[in-house]
Design a protein around this ligand. Structure first.
Ligand SMILES: CC(C)(COP(=O)(O)OP(=O)(O)OC[C@H]1O[C@@H](n2cnc3c(N)ncnc32)[C@H](O)[C@@H]1OP(=O)(O)O)[C@@H](O)C(=O)NCCC(=O)NCCS
Length: 177
């Protein structure tokens, strides 16, 4: 969480998201999924985001960039993150989504959100920041590398691996037999 909002331009700020931002956060999550050529893979809605991020035990933290010159103020970018644990290094931060809507790019918003993410990671004593980038998204990879990020698939050969809930259920059934 940011201790206070960060001013990028006179009418452009970064602040902690609040519950009422969830419709806008959801809109930007969907835009990012379209950009990543996987719009059908988004299964949650803004109600899920509200429950998971703003209840008694929030599962994520979200920063938003807001254009205060429009009325009402407009959420134009997000950085959504949560803690993970490394058995090698302890508490870490995972950046799930960084997205700036098209008409607000190249104004320093992505950089400011990424810098704020670094600030949160360091202030909360995280050993590292993790995130994934699609192999064809060289623009984003270059952007991250210019701020000190290292491609660990390239350097160390790590692959991202996942099992869907459906496959876990199928496998559990197989193990029962
Ligand atoms: C990547 C992204 C977050 C950058 O946000 P942005 O607000 O346009 O970037 P900024 O204006 O803050 O740029 C900061 C710096 O990065 C550089 N940069 C920005 N976009 C870049 C790009 N596509 N490729 C290379 N460098 C880039 C800028 O030149 C700038 O450098 P400078 O400080 O020396 O001038 C934004 O383009 C985006 O949302 N892209 C689509 C979604 C995406 O790829 N998200 C990441 C998923 S892993």
């Amino acid at each position: 969480m940011l201790k206070q909002p960060i001013k990028i331009e006179s009418n452009l700020i970064i602040r902690n998201a609040v519950e009422t931002d969830c419709d806008d956060i959801m809109r930007l999550i969907n835009e990012l999924a379209v950009f990543e050529k996987a719009p059908d893979q988004v299964r949650i809605n803004s109600q899920t985001l509200k429950q998971d991020g703003f209840g008694e035990h929030p599962l994520y933290t979200c920063l938003v960039a807001e254009d205060t010159s429009s009325s009402p103020a407009r959420v134009v970018a997000i950085a959504l993150m949560f803690n993970v644990y490394s058995t090698w290094e302890g508490k870490c931060l995972h950046l799930e989504d960084l997205y700036v809507q098209v008409d607000y790019r190249k104004r320093g918003i992505g950089k400011a959100l990424f810098a704020a993410t670094y600030q949160i990671a360091v202030e909360t004593n995280c050993a590292r920041l993790n995130f994934s980038v699609l192999d064809w998204n060289s623009n984003a990879l270059d952007f991250y590398k210019s701020f000190g990020a290292v491609d660990i698939t390239e350097k160390e050969g790590w692959h991202s691996v996942r099992v869907t809930r459906k496959n876990m259920e199928l496998q559990l059934e197989k193990w029962k037999k």
